[in-house]
Design a protein around this ligand. Structure first.
Ligand SMILES: O=C(O)C(=O)C[C@]1(C(=O)O)C=C[C@@H](O)C=C1
Length: 369
């Protein structure tokens, strides 16, 4: 087997999984970065490590402990309220998702996704809740990239039904509108309706931020696409409700923490990983087969450019021009890291993956949306 490159926690050495499942099995929730065989991956990994050097040092003095499943939806009963960072301003869907994930939490607004990651890393808040994909608009790529760049662990997921409203200042009618402001995802989820109305789209950082802007500046020729909660908070008039292109408009959010949770087998778990592969015919097929062979269902696959080294040289390329695009593959599979099938699948994948990291093993959101 190749040197271990399964990554999840920066400080403790990777320990091979026990052959028997074990309540507190922490297989890939630890990792060591052994010198990778291929230099270019070492460079990529080192670059990403540098960004987190400061956090590494801070962590050395206070190694976090894994969370238990019962701590997951912790509204800490006696202690202080859990603080949960989200991107946007009050009234954003992410705020509602944070409240759904952690019912008694104090939701903490952040201007950008990156700030939410940083707030958790710097111990300013306990968790972050961030959108990762939407049933109409697809993946939120920025958060895939940030999951890799930062060292947080996915500790849960929550699905949230998104109902968009078109809103404007009081006295403004639909016919008066020329423009509509919102988050790009929200605009894309209402594509058909906005086209029908002939409104020019303007992208802003979050839906509720659009509503806030319209209200604060008394804008008369533009509306906002946001939640009914945002209309209420910023005193706007709802001109149309449920304007998304499909009534089933669901966004999946991830809950992130400094500590991983102890994976269980008492309920359905999901595991999220990211890996890269060598170039070659059928190599992705081979990678996905490690799950198929063990009857493990995949629920999501996403590829993203390998940012520090986006182009790969062909082996036989003598003139030095790059030939291939290089990718990272993000896969969610339906098994817990405490399940030997998952451990074996990752051990198998690790034999030929050029990089592999476990982003988290967490209970699936099987509830109603
Ligand atoms: O702008 C918001 O209200 C958000 O919470 C962000 C966001 C997203 O990034 O996808 C979340 C849910 C909706 O899909 C639209 C926007």
């Amino acid at each position: 087997m190749a040197a271990s490159r399964i990554i999840s926690h920066p400080h403790r050495p990777f320990s091979p999984p026990p052959s028997q499942p074990h309540a507190h099995s922490s297989i890939t929730l630890n990792f060591t970065l052994h010198p990778p065989k291929r230099c270019r991956f070492a460079c990529v990994l080192r670059a990403s490590l540098k960004e987190n050097d400061l956090n590494d040092k801070a962590d050395l003095f206070a190694l976090p402990r894994p969370l238990t499943s019962t701590q997951l939806s912790d509204s800490v009963s006696d202690g202080p309220r859990l603080q949960v960072a989200y991107q946007g301003v009050p009234g954003a869907y992410s705020e509602s998702a944070a409240q759904k994930a952690y019912p008694n939490c104090e939701a903490v607004p952040c201007p950008q996704f990156e700030n939410a990651f940083q707030k958790v890393e710097r111990w300013l808040v306990d968790r972050a809740v961030l959108p990762i994909e939407n049933s109409l608009g697809g993946s939120i790529h920025r958060n895939y990239d940030l999951l890799l760049r930062h060292r947080l662990h996915i500790v849960g997921e929550v699905k949230y039904a998104v109902h968009h409203c078109l809103m404007a200042n009081h006295g403004v009618k639909l016919e008066d509108l020329k423009r509509v402001l919102s988050h790009p995802q929200a605009l894309s989820q209402c594509e058909h309706t906005l086209t029908k109305w002939g409104l020019v789209r303007e992208a802003v950082d979050d839906t509720a931020g659009a509503a806030q802007y319209i209200a604060m500046h008394g804008v008369k020729d533009a509306g906002a696409v946001a939640s009914s909660a945002a209309a209420k908070i910023y005193g706007l008039n709802i001109l149309a409700q449920d304007i998304q292109d499909d009534c089933d408009n669901v966004t999946r959010f991830l809950m992130l923490a400094r500590e991983p949770i102890i994976p269980g087998t008492d309920r359905p778990f999901k595991t999220s990983i990211v890996f890269s592969l060598e170039e070659g015919p059928g190599i992705l097929f081979k990678a996905l087969a490690v799950f198929a062979l063990r009857q493990i269902n995949l629920s999501k696959i996403e590829s993203r450019p390998l940012r520090n080294m986006p182009l790969r040289m062909a082996d036989d390329n003598s003139n030095g021009s790059p030939k291939y695009f290089d990718y990272l593959f993000y896969v969610d599979f339906e098994a817990s890291m405490a399940d030997p099938r998952a451990q074996n699948a990752l051990r198998h994948l690790n034999e030929f993956a050029t990089f592999l990291r476990v982003l988290g093993s967490y209970p699936m959101d099987t509830g109603t949306v």
